[in-house]
Design a protein around this ligand. Structure first.
Ligand SMILES: [Zn+2]
Length: 385
């Protein structure tokens, strides 16, 4: 046992010696290579470290002229130009690198991607698309697809965006159901707006196939059914939102109320919307429920609904509805709500940065500006954001 430990101890210095030699060799190698680099390289590097991109670029331009065959250097220079917003110069360098030829496949793809990013930065979307598409099927495809996807979304080319997102899913293994369903919804909305009902219906189905939780697809699907005279179908579409995401019920509650009222189905809708308010107590759901209850059950029932709503979820919006319908709100509720809101309204606000504070400051603690606090409370400034 002891012998083995001693053996290791004896070997330790030898390992140290080996490590020292290895380090020395590396350092020598580095020094030798550094000596071969032109001095201008270091000058540019220093300027970059000092954040003087302007002069660094001048130095690199001079250097690049002397070393035309140095692709890495040319690319670094082009990258600098793009960062400075001189996209035309970046484009010229990348294009001449590609035109000169002699690049290996890997480097050619790198330069192509850089050129595409130049075109994107310059707002030349068609040309960016062309370069990015050249990279499809190459090892650089995974880097080309995200900018290509952004480009199609910006150009509202939804079918191409869908195709690109699918390809990105394949390559990265990350599913993108929400995005793809939204692209289909854009297709559906466009078709709907242009009276292409068949196209809209197909796109809605595709959106739901991509993401069964896509509430937007059911909102559009309901509008489509309603336009085709199928009110029952429309109501069924909108009611599916409850199962998909109850948070989005405010987006369909009003549509359900209007359609049910027009179809003489208000009695059923009154109960449905009361249930929605229990799940998602927002003022939009409350308004929808109120409209239907008022029509079917009359003013006393509407007042009772409001009193219950204010008691369960007090809000200024709900109380203002209560006042509109002649119901006197409880004074204790009013005092509580006003207290919450006046605390915000009684603050001071910096005119330079918008920072709010309970005390008045001569020197803003957020943005350090002087004399930016008017001696008026937020409410008196008429700023309610
Ligand atoms: Zn400030």
């Amino acid at each position: 046992m002891l012998e083995i430990e001693y053996w290791w101890l004896a070997a330790l210095p030898a390992f140290f010696a080996l490590g020292w030699a290895a380090a020395r060799i590396d350092i020598r190698q580095v020094i030798r290579e550094a000596r071969n680099l032109p001095k201008a390289y270091f000058r540019a590097l220093n300027l970059l470290v000092d954040d003087d991109a302007e002069r660094a670029t001048d130095v690199l331009v001079e250097l690049a002229r002397a070393e035309r065959g140095n692709t890495e250097l040319q690319m670094a220079l082009a990258g600098l130009f793009r960062r400075k917003g001189e996209t035309d110069r970046a484009i010229r360098i990348h294009q001449s690198l590609l035109a000169e030829g002699g690049l290996d496949g890997e480097t050619k793809q790198k330069v192509t991607l850089e050129l595409a990013l130049d075109f994107l930065a310059a707002g030349l979307l068609d040309r960016a698309e062309g370069e990015l598409r050249r990279l499809l099927g190459t090892p650089h495809e995974a880097r080309a697809l995200p900018p290509l996807l952004n480009l199609y979304a910006a150009e509202r080319e939804w079918h191409k965006a869908i195709e690109t997102a699918r390809r990105l899913e394949e390559i990265t293994g990350h599913p993108r159901p929400q995005e793809i369903a939204q692209y289909w919804c854009e297709v559906a909305q466009y078709a709907f707006n242009h009276s292409d009902d068949a196209g809209a219906g197909a796109a809605v189905a595709a959106a739901l196939a991509a993401n069964y939780k896509c509430t937007r697809a059911n909102v559009i699907g309901g509008q489509l059914a309603l336009r085709q005279g199928d009110a029952a179908g429309a109501l069924a579409c909108w009611q599916r939102v409850e199962l998909q995401n109850a948070d989005d019920l405010p987006l369909v509650a009003g549509l359900i109320a209007d359609t049910a009222l027009a179809q003489g189905e208000a009695a059923r809708a009154a109960n449905l919307l009361r249930g929605y308010w229990q799940q998602t107590p927002t003022v939009d759901v409350l308004d929808a429920a109120l409209r239907v209850v008022l029509a079917v059950e009359g003013e006393p029932a509407a007042r009772a609904l409001l009193a219950e709503a204010v008691a369960q979820r007090p809000s200024i919006l709900a109380v203002s509805r209560q006042l509109e319908h002649g119901g006197p709100p409880e004074v204790s509720t009013l005092r509580q709500l006003l207290g919450q809101h006046t605390r915000r309204l009684a603050q001071y606000r910096c005119t330079a940065c918008g920072f709010r504070a309970r005390a008045h400051y001569w020197h803003c603690p957020a943005c350090s500006a002087w004399e930016t606090y008017p001696a008026r409370r937020v409410e008196e400034l008429n700023i309610y954001d």
